[in-house]
Design a protein around this ligand. Structure first.
Ligand SMILES: NC(=O)c1ccc[n+]([C@@H]2O[C@H](COP(=O)([O-])OP(=O)(O)OC[C@H]3O[C@@H](n4cnc5c(N)ncnc54)[C@H](OP(=O)(O)O)[C@@H]3O)[C@@H](O)[C@H]2O)c1
Length: 259
């Protein structure tokens, strides 16, 4: 059966690594044409070439920092004018910066997390929702986290940013009710990506320890869930879906080495 998103236009933020890159590849295999956004333009260009060669879909890229409201506005206008309003927007770009108690934390780290994870989702949603509403159809998928359901020590602001993503997903859905535009949440547990490498400023040992022995989800697992969510019929909305590796029972319960 041809996937519903075949021939549609999907915009994915944070497409240069991890979950976003896997979502881009998965949606291309579903036949969606893509617009890929992130800050690292060379990685974007390489990925676009690979995806087009593998699947034949069209792939446009934009070097966009989602925390820059002017940049998001300019680039979204460019997309809408030159290609059209996306049918599907995946707000995936996100970052954790360090781990610290509230009383000791680095304020720049807070700003980066809140600006990217919270304001980024808002800026991108604000940029594309009017065009979706004008057309009477569209789908926004926000990538949340189990860190948006349960806090952990020294995770305070990253967790807060992901609690906010959940509130934005639920709030947008209320605001859009009856409009033909759906908003879904996808809420992963532990996924092995560059996330912890970035969080710990390139400290490989600390990053490796996060995933050690846990048989974490692969980014492709989350991408498969996103593909399911966006290929559901228009009368249906997967409001939120929590995806764990089978070794994980909660934020605080992860079996390592099977025990
Ligand atoms: N890994 C996990 O265990 C896990 C679990 C639950 C939820 N998540 C969420 O999943 C999403 C993707 O994370 P990941 O694990 O795939 O991490 P990742 O491998 O570090 O990828 C993060 C992506 O976000 C992009 N990005 C970061 N800041 C950006 C900005 N200001 N503007 C535009 N793009 C930006 C990065 O691209 P550039 O650096 O090129 O801009 C990169 O493509 C995040 O929202 C994260 O919170 C991850």
């Amino acid at each position: 059966m041809t996937p519903r998103v075949a021939g549609q236009l999907a915009l994915v933020t944070g497409a240069t690594a991890g979950i976003g890159k896997a979502i881009a590849r998965r949606l291309a295999r579903d036949g969606a044409n893509l617009v890929l956004w992130a800050r690292r333009s060379r990685r974007l260009a390489r990925l676009a070439e690979e995806i087009t060669a593998e699947t034949g879909v069209t792939v446009d890229t934009g070097t966009v920092d989602v925390s820059d409201s002017d940049g998001v506005r300019a680039e979204s206008e460019h997309v809408i004018e030159s290609i059209g309003a996306p049918d599907l927007v995946v707000n995936n770009a996100g970052v954790a910066v360090g781990m610290a108690s509230v009383q000791e934390a680095d304020i720049d780290a807070w700003n980066r997390m809140i600006d990217t994870n919270v304001k980024g989702v808002l800026f991108v949603s604000r940029a594309f929702l009017p065009a979706m509403l004008a057309r009477g159809s569209g789908h926004v998928v926000n990538i949340g986290s189990i860190a948006g359901r349960q806090v952990y020590p020294r995770g305070n602001v990253y967790c807060a940013s992901k609690y906010a993503v959940r509130a934005i997903t639920e709030g947008s859905n209320l605001d859009l009710l009856g409009s033909g535009v759906r908003v879904s949440g996808v809420t992963p547990g532990l996924v092995e990506t560059e996330f912890s490498h970035v969080r710990f400023g390139g400290d490989e040992e600390r990053a490796r320890a996060v995933y050690e022995g846990a048989n974490a989800l692969r980014p492709e697992d989350v991408a498969d869930v996103v593909s399911f969510v966006v290929n559901t019929p228009p009368h249906m909305n997967v409001a939120d879906v929590v995806v764990f590796p089978s070794s994980q029972g909660s934020m605080h319960h992860i079996l390592r080495d099977g025990g």
